[in-house]
Ligand binder design. Structure first.
Ligand code: HEM
Ligand SMILES: [Ca+2]
Length: 372
């Protein structure tokens, strides 16, 4: 029931706060209708699949582990994926839908351009469909796979209820406007998370997810070479760290992997835009650039305190009084971080879920089945 209460508080805060409400897909009356309908829908349950598909959670766990042993990069990919799903109209697998038949999908919206992990979700889904066809929702697969990924990346375990159902809609416009941008300042970031019911403390702990995974240079080039049009770097970057980041991310036309030969440098008349070339040639760098593998969390916050945040948005956590307090707390207490990250991930995974009779269980996570 507490679950439901937080669902409602986060929903209504989105609704009332909403400077962006005209851009949301739902009109006010539709939203009210949705709230009323949801009062009829059932809450999530512990071990929801224990009769309908008792092996479900084990299958998800072992498949993620197997995929991870072949390609460790899937763990951060799945973790990011659950954030991008749950943040946009709740944990309903809306982010997994492909664009087809007039559906403009979230995954094709600009903030989701570099999301990965969709094919891994397909693999897990097909394992489950082989065992219990039509039973396990894509939304549950996403949160459970992300939980496993957090563990593999060195983060905490957290319990999750199940019984989420999948959306029949993809919210590409909401994703375009509401997902946080790497260029957002601390005010914007805290506003966006507050609109989903997360306070500063929870926001700072969630950002600890940036202890793991890859970042592409395109997200920080301005910060390194032309911050706010100044032709100078962001003054908040530690100067040694600036040198390191610049060595990883060369400026525009010279943005090539070390193996690229000079002959491949495009001439100014090249028909390929510099931006798209930059994307092709941008292999990305590890967020835990020190590669010490010294755990999930601690190093991220310590780096922020030294002006070594990679994204502008990361570094902004030290620019707000409250957020900085939590950065300091997590930098000095690893177990506090693990505990609070676990709580925040549980809250994220329960954000505005759809349960029966709402939504449905898609048999293909990328498409809405016509018959069901
Ligand atoms: C202010 C909020 C946030 C912003 C602006 C932001 C932005 C970004 C950007 C720009 C990247 C790099 C993507 C790429 O280069 O392809 C990234 C990666 C990542 N983000 Fe965030 N993010 C935010 C919050 C979060 C949260 C709350 C989580 C999870 C709880 C998360 C998890 C991740 C993960 C795990 C990666 C690595 C993905 C990979 O290796 O493929 N992020 N984020
Ligand atoms: Ca969603």
């Amino acid at each position: 029931e507490t679950n439901k209460a937080s669902w409602f508080s986060s929903y209504s805060s989105t609704f009332s706060q909403s400077p962006l409400s005209s851009r949301h897909m739902f009109s006010a009356s539709k939203m009210e209708q949705k709230i009323q309908e949801s009062q009829l829908s059932r809450p999530l349950r512990y071990d929801y699949y224990n009769e309908s598909c008792p092996q479900a959670e084990q299958i998800i766990k072992s498949t993620v582990q197997e995929l991870y042993s072949l390609k460790p990069s899937i763990a951060p990919q799945l973790l990011r994926l659950v954030f991008h799903d749950c943040f946009i109209e709740g944990c309903d697998a809306s982010v997994l839908l492909d664009s087809y038949d007039g559906i403009e999908s979230e995954k094709d919206s600009p903030p989701n351009e570099s999301l990965k992990g969709f094919d891994h979700i397909d693999i897990i889904k097909s394992e489950l469909e082989g065992t219990c066809p039509g039973v396990v929702s894509c939304a549950d697969i996403l949160v459970l796979a992300a939980r496993e990924s957090v563990l593999l990346a060195g983060g905490p375990f957290y319990p999750l209820y199940t019984g989420r159902r999948d959306s029949t809609v993809s919210y590409s416009e909401v994703a375009t406007f509401d997902l946080p941008s790497p260029q957002d300042d601390v005010v914007k970031i805290t506003e966006k998370f507050a609109s989903r019911g997360f306070d500063e403390r929870e926001t700072v702990s969630l950002l600890g997810a940036h202890s793991t995974g890859m970042i592409h240079c395109k997200f920080i080039l301005n910060r390194l070479y032309n911050f706010g049009g100044t032709k100078r770097p962001d003054p908040s970057i530690n100067s040694e760290f600036l040198t390191l980041l610049r060595s990883q991310c060369k400026n525009n036309r010279t943005l090539f992997t070390p193996s690229a030969s000079p002959a491949q440098t495009p001439s100014p008349s090249s028909s390929i835009s510099v931006l798209s070339l930059a994307l092709i040639q941008d292999p990305g760098m590890k967020m835990d650039y020190e590669g010490s593998g010294s755990g999930f969390g601690m190093l991220y916050y310590r780096s922020l305190l030294q002006g070594r945040g990679i994204l502008y948005a990361d570094q902004q956590l030290t620019a707000g009084e409250d957020t900085e307090t939590w950065v300091r707390a997590y930098a000095s207490d690893a177990s506090l971080f693990q505990k609070e990250f676990a709580m925040a991930m549980m809250k994220l995974s329960n954000h505005r879920v759809l349960t029966a009779p709402l939504g449905r269980v898609r048999s293909d996570c990328r498409r809405i089945d016509l018959e069901s």
